[in-house]
Design a protein around this ligand. Structure first.
Ligand SMILES: [Zn+2]
Length: 333
């Protein structure tokens, strides 16, 4: 005899859409695995990421690193309410000394990186490109809300490592993040490559906080023989980590594999529920008016020094848009 478990709930709500076997680019797909108390988000980026990176002539290693930062930002920022803003920034001593990704809810993304071309070397990892410094994440939920800033040290590790450290120290939510960026080459377009990226965030959110206990990160510089802090992790979270650990970079960026299929591949044994995707687009917020009022806020002496060949030229660092003003328009006396 087959008896039905008392927890079985039959929901009458229709799904938002049927699971798509067609890949959807430039979107974040929220999901949950109820049986394991896991929640997550999956980002797939294609043309919109390519648009952001192609506006700058970044060397491939710098483009890849900035792509990782963009994916991480979409995973963290896409849970914000409607007019929120999430800014991820790094300041470090490596060849890529500064990068910033600005996400404006619900869907706008822009980003750029500063780097020293002379210090770039073949085969540098993301961690080596960044070097030492810090990663800051700022959440701005609108004019009536206080700003929140979280910081983590960067010490030669990857952005994935930094995200894990952030969640362990600041949020105390067991979290795993995967980030992947690649270049896709298509024939017939004179070798022009296209950037693609993907990422996944998985969090363990049990109803009882006791189950979410985690061990401290290993103290890298502790003397030999030091007893490290160990905690028996919850079986559900052990299983969740081992599942996300099997995701390969190629699966995250594969243009032929839909997000739904990837999630099904990973979590089908436990049952995964997928919610409506949140679309993303590359869109800068700069404008001629904004640049003009910025120029007017400068010291008159600084404005005068900006005149070259009888004009003032301002280039947006985010999107490389060029704004030209006559000295009169720029307020130069
Ligand atoms: Zn711009």
């Amino acid at each position: 005899m087959i008896s039905q478990s008392p927890e079985t709930k039959i929901t009458t709500q229709p799904p938002v859409r049927a699971p798509s076997s067609v890949p959807v680019d430039d979107a974040v797909l929220p999901f949950e695995i109820d049986a394991l108390d896991l929640r997550g988000r999956l980002t797939r980026l294609g043309p919109q990421l390519d648009d952001i990176l192609a506006r700058h002539d970044y060397p491939p290693a710098v483009g890849k690193l900035l792509g990782e930062a963009i994916v991480l930002t979409t995973l963290l920022g896409s849970s914000l309410k409607f007019d929120g803003r999430f800014i991820l920034q790094t300041r470090t001593d490596g060849p890529v000394s500064f990068l910033v990704v600005d996400f404006q809810a619900p869907d706008r993304l822009r980003a750029y990186a500063r780097y020293d071309a002379a210090r770039l070397k073949e085969g540098q990892t993301s961690g080596a490109l960044l070097g030492k410094g810090h990663l800051a994440m700022t959440i701005d939920q609108g004019p009536d809300m206080s700003r929140y800033q979280g910081m983590v040290a960067l010490d030669g590790g990857s952005l994935e490592d930094a995200a894990h450290e952030y969640f362990l120290r600041s949020e105390q939510i067991p979290t795993r993040v995967r980030l992947a960026v690649g270049e896709e080459f298509r024939g017939g377009e004179s070798g022009r490559h296209h950037w693609r990226a993907g990422g996944m965030l998985l969090q363990f959110l049990p109803k009882s906080p006791e189950r979410a206990r985690q061990a401290d990160l290993h103290p890298g510089d502790a003397p030999e023989g030091t007893v490290t802090h160990t905690v028996a992790e919850d079986d559900a979270w052990v299983e969740g980590q081992s599942l996300i650990g099997t995701v390969e970079d190629v699966e995250l960026i594969d243009p032929g594999l839909s997000g739904e299929r990837l999630l099904y591949r990973l979590f089908h044994e436990r049952g995964v529920r997928v919610f409506a995707p949140l679309p993303l687009r590359a869109k800068c917020s700069c404008s001629r008016e904004a640049v003009s009022s910025m120029l007017k806020s400068f010291d008159p002496k600084d404005r005068a020094e900006m005149v070259k060949d009888d004009k003032v030229v301002v280039t947006c660092e985010f999107c490389s848009s060029v704004y030209e003003f006559t000295p009169e328009e720029a307020g130069v006396e």
